[in-house]
Design a protein around this ligand. Structure first.
Ligand code: ADP
Ligand code: AMP
Length: 213
């Protein structure tokens, strides 16, 4: 099963993708997580990506597509995967489709987690991410057991640089200009499913499970 998560930054794509990955035993592939791991390890890719991420801009398609195609070619992806944060532009979607067509495969579901902009800025300010394992929390909705400490691995939780309000507003405008057109793209392919992302995360997940079966 190959699933794409669509939605504004902070809509809950990562939260849902992790639950989907666990229930359906497929890898959770997040281009944002791959970039952040590279930044942490000080790689050339990380340094290049950081320039764009800190500005709330998208990392260029060329770079992003390459890392994604390399990742999904790995062995653990052979029975499917859930993509979180990719594609974010029409050219990215086209490259993915072309690569899958060559293998006689295609995306099964594009799930749009729908949350209005008003809710997003609030959510992002409350998001906390683990510096080591990437687990995410929310100071009100999904608090860790101990403030500032990851439940899963005990490392420090931080507010991502790109979750500061000025950058979130920029990321939202980039989302509307460059990523939202994917909703029409996948509607035309007949695989778009929309869920209400404003409700409790377990209720969002229940709607997704209803779609995926
Ligand atoms: P995305 O991957 O789309 O950027 P996340 O999954 O990281 O978004 O969620 C953004 C923030 O909102 C996180 O702090 C997360 O804990 C919180 N969150 C996710 N889903 C919900 C929900 N249904 N209701 C309230 N908060 C949520
Ligand atoms: P995310 O963790 O999905 O919110 O992504 C964080 C940042 O990484 C984004 O704001 C972009 O700068 C960059 N990024 C992640 N995925 C992509 C992508 N598919 N295309 C371009 N940039 C991306």
């Amino acid at each position: 099963m190959k699933i794409i998560m669509l939605g504004a930054p902070g809509a809950g794509k990562g939260t849902q993708a992790k639950m989907i990955a666990e229930k359906y035993s497929i890898p959770h592939v997040s281009t944002g997580d791959i970039f952040r791991a590279n930044i942490k390890n000080g790689t050339e890719l990380g340094m290049e990506a950081k320039r764009y991420m800190d500005e709330g801009q998208l990392v260029p398609d060329e770079l992003t597509v390459k890392i994604l195609l390399d990742r999904v070619a790995q062995d653990d992806c052979k029975n499917g995967y859930v993509l979180d944060g990719f594609p974010r532009t029409i050219p990215q979607a086209q490259v993915l489709d072309e690569a899958l067509t060559k293998l006689g495969e295609s995306v099964d579901y594009a799930i749009d987690v729908n949350v209005p902009d008003e809710n997003i800025v609030k959510r992002m300010g409350g998001r906390r991410a683990c510096v080591t394992c990437g687990a995410t929390y929310h100071i009100e909705h999904v608090p860790p057991k101990k403030e500032g400490v990851c439940d899963k691995c005990g490392s420090e939780l931080i507010l991502r640089d790109d979750d500061k309000p000025e950058t979130v507003k920029k990321r939202l405008s980039v989302y509307h200009a460059q990523t939202q057109p994917l909703i029409e793209y996948y509607t035309n392919k007949g695989i778009l499913k929309t869920v209400d992302g404003t409700v409790d995360m377990m209720d969002v997940f229940a709607s997704i499970v209803e779609i995926l079966g």
